[in-house]
Design a protein around this ligand. Structure first.
Ligand code: 2AM
Length: 469
């Protein structure tokens, strides 16, 4: 009866596509889903003729797996994963491996690694990106957790033939990396949305013209999945020949991994400002009724700017590119902060390669990031790499013109503006934080360090009495 190489629990879209992908690569896959109807429909539908074995109970499922068993769990993150594990773990034997391919929080994955290890089992928390298409044809997979399991699961996880799956590190580091990936994805989408908004409103371009601009950009420095699908979206027309995009309500949704990345950045004390702006931009967009009320009350002030020539499209390109560099610089800074906080030894160049293909943020640009970390593996920030420093320097004039113009005409560019603020802060030898320290010392006697004394010496002033220290 033990006939399947691997098992899949959870047959929503991602689970189904991963099963078909594994079956394509010569693996026999046993499948189980809480609701049996979904299993039956899958086995008789998309999986008909493939090496896929449907099972109706978790016992039957486990009984079908070759030992040591490998079980992939693709269910809703959170309590569903714990519910599945509670039913599964008692049926497993020492040496069996559970891979959670869902969007679990990294702290949950770290906990599960320990829980399974205590029972002689291995747990791998594997972030998987690429959506439906990626899952079917080769996703980006970021596995972390119990490293002893890696040689066992490497074959099937890397079987899509691309190098976009490699071991990330211990604990929840795989899911942490996926979370940062998702945050960066929010940022990439926002910087593209701002370009679209500027072209449409400030330059008055139509969808066809914008599609052309994005198409051209997709052949250059900005060559990426998201820029290319944006060109497709802008070029799409409905049955009346009207642009489909113009009919879509401008209120964005989210599922929460972008938010998790920002929360972690606050916990670790590292700036993830562009991603934070991207998350908040979605939130503000969703307050549509309030936006309408405010527009009625105080007016909606966006003006079309005259006198901006074709050069402004190039400026927008530069603003997008520079902001994207800042966003990735911040994302990798956060990975570095997490690595020191949790004791992970991460290979940042390799992480950039995991995102090179298969996933939503795939882009040619990631090779430049890998090259930067190959030049200096402990690079604290991409901005300190000569290639990116020069790229930012080159993009800076256009980037500033875009932010300044947007501010003048009243068009929000939160991602471009916050990226620029970060860039300007990060390379400042002097920031106004001396005043912050003085205020803290004034009202709370929090003390301060001095520019003319060694670090680590703390001073307090009685601010109400001049001439005292
Ligand atoms: P379902 O088809 O029975 O709803 C995405 O929601 C996937 O997660 C589906 O396969 C769904 O199973 C599964 N899922 C959600 N909550 C679950 C739970 N508590 N236990 C098991 N599977 C669950």
């Amino acid at each position: 009866m033990e006939t399947a190489d691997i098992g899949m629990i959870g047959l929503a879209v991602m689970g189904q596509n991963l099963v078909l992908n594994m079956a394509d690569h010569g693996y026999t896959v046993a499948v189980y889903n809480r609701t049996t109807r979904r299993t039956t429909e899958f086995v008789n539908g998309p999986a008909a003729g493939a090496a896929v074995i449907g099972t109706e109970t978790i016992e039957e499922f486990v009984g079908r797996l070759k030992r040591p068993r490998q079980v992939v769990v693709m269910v809703k993150a959170g309590r569903a994963v714990d519910a599945v594990l509670a039913g599964l773990i008692p049926l497993l034997d020492e040496g069996d491996i559970v891979i959670d391919g869902g969007n679990s929080h990294f702290e949950d994955s770290a906990r599960r690694v320990k829980e399974l290890r205590d029972r002689g089992l291995s747990f791998v928390g594997a972030g998987i990106s690429g959506g439906e298409e990626g899952a079917r044809n080769g996703p980006s997979i970021m596995p972390g957790g119990d490293e002893a399991a890696w040689p066992e699961v490497k074959g099937v996880l890397q079987s899509n033939g691309t190098p976009c799956c490699d071991w990330v590190g211990p604990d929840g580091s795989g899911h942490y990396t996926k979370m940062v990936h998702n945050g960066i994805e929010y940022g990439d989408m926002q910087v593209i949305a701002e370009a679209y908004h500027l072209m449409r409103v400030v330059l008055g371009m139509d969808c066809e013209q914008m599609a052309g601009a994005f198409r051209t950009w997709g052949e250059g420095l900005l060559d990426s999945y998201l820029v290319n699908i944006t060109a497709d979206i802008l070029g799409h027309v409905d049955e009346n020949g009207e642009p489909t995009l113009e009919r879509i309500l401008d209120a964005a949704g989210q599922k929460g991994t972008g938010k998790w990345a920002v929360i972690s950045s606050l916990d670790l004390g590292y700036p993830l400002t562009l991603v934070a702006e991207a998350v908040y931009a979605r939130v503000v967009s969703s307050l549509r009724d309030q936006r309408f009320e405010a527009a009625e009350l105080v007016g909606s002030g966006v003006k079309r700017a005259d006198g901006l020539g074709a050069g402004f499209v190039d400026d927008i390109h530069d603003a997008l590119y520079a902001s994207k560099i800042v966003s990735y610089a911040q994302g990798f800074m956060l990975l570095g902060a997490a690595a020191s906080e949790y004791g992970w030894n991460l290979d940042y160049g390799r992480i950039a390669q995991l995102w090179r293909e298969g996933c939503i943020i795939k882009a040619a640009f990631l090779d430049d990031i890998t090259a930067a970390f190959r030049r200096r593996p402990d690079l604290p920030n991409l901005i300190l790499d000569r290639f990116f420093a020069e790229a930012l320097d080159k993009a800076e004039p256009g980037w500033r013109r875009v932010v300044a113009t947007a501010v003048q005409v009243g068009l929000p560019v939160p991602a471009y503006a916050s990226a620029l603020a970060f860039y300007d802060s990060y390379r400042s030898k002097r920031l106004p934080a001396n005043l912050i320290q003085a205020q803290r010392d004034y009202f709370g006697a929090h003390t301060y360090e001095r520019v003319d004394r060694p670090r680590g010496e703390f001073f307090h002033t009685d601010w109400t009495r001049p001439g005292t220290d």
